[in-house]
Design a protein around this ligand. Structure first.
Ligand code: MG
Length: 281
């Protein structure tokens, strides 16, 4: 199945092969830039009927730079196709209630919630996503229970993964750090010590509505410091306190909200990638 260039330059060979494919009706496109043909055209169709098993015409996944992981000393680099919401320098991607300018303190590559800093709301709206957030709870710790290092990562302004200092600090389990607040505790408590940088890597798919009717709930998959704490967990509804969560119909996009709960929690290296289907460009 593999054709070599046979003396032709790869580009020229691809051009010839492409032209031949067009003459043949255009259906058998050459997939690769170097002119090689890949895959099979005599295999069964996969469910859905669009692509055959090992179909070489199937679009090649987009090539990206994967970025680097963070260390305690330094934030990592986001993947090249991520939308960066905070890179340690400024709050230009954020606002607060009523569209007013964000007031959190930015220094040393992170932002910190000041006294009466207010909620942080991303200017860009998104729904289904891979979201990366890093945070550090105050060191030395102050307060206990829900009063220690409280903040929150709230996707679409509704679906919260709790931020709290639960390093040797117990609270109600469905409200501890990395809980789906008010619904599910994390599978394990993977908290680092106060002052240490921690990571959330979240895969979120938003709910879908048909008019007023919920046709598909939201789902959360969450890694806390690299540890799986929610595995494609069905979300019961928007975050609420001392009440049952419910869904209220909304669109497919909303802002990311970082909660000010009165604790000087720090954040750095915040980015997301919008989730798409396999064959979407
Ligand atoms: Mg909170």
């Amino acid at each position: 199945m593999v054709n070599k260039g046979m003396g032709q330059s790869p580009k020229r060979y691809a051009a010839i092969a492409g032209a031949l494919a067009l003459l043949a009706g255009g259906a058998a496109a050459i997939a690769l830039q170097d002119g090689r043909k890949v895959g099979y055209d005599d295999t069964p169709f996969l469910p859905g009927g669009k692509w055959r098993v090992h179909d070489g015409r199937r679009p090649q996944p987009k090539v990206i730079e994967p970025g680097t992981s963070s260390t305690q000393e330094q934030a990592g680099k986001p993947p090249s196709d991520a939308v960066v919401l905070f890179d340690g320098t400024d709050l230009s991607k954020w606002q607060t209630d009523g569209g007013r300018p964000a007031r959190w303190k930015v220094e040393n590559g992170y932002m910190e919630i000041p006294k009466n800093g207010g909620t942080l709301i991303s200017k860009v709206e998104f729904g289904d996503c891979q979201l990366h957030v890093e945070f550090a709870v105050p060191d030395p710790p102050q307060g206990i229970d829900q009063g220690r290092g409280n903040s929150g990562v709230i996707i679409m302004g509704r679906y919260e993964i709790q931020v709290l200092d639960n390093y040797k600090n117990e609270t109600y389990p469905d409200g501890q750090c990395a809980s789906i607040y008010g619904q599910y505790p994390p599978l394990v408590n993977a908290c680092r010590k106060p002052g240490e940088w921690q990571t959330y890597d979240i895969v979120f798919t938003g709910p879908r509505f048909d008019g007023d009717k919920l046709v598909r709930p939201a789902y959360h998959t969450v890694f806390h410091n690299g540890v799986l704490v929610h595995n494609h967990t069905e979300v019961m509804g928007a975050m609420t306190h001392r009440a049952l969560p419910t869904y209220t119909p909304h669109g497919e996009k909303g802002p990311l909200v970082l909660q000010d709960h009165g604790s000087p929690v720090r954040y750095r290296n915040i980015w997301f990638r919008e989730l798409k289907g396999y064959d979407e460009p």
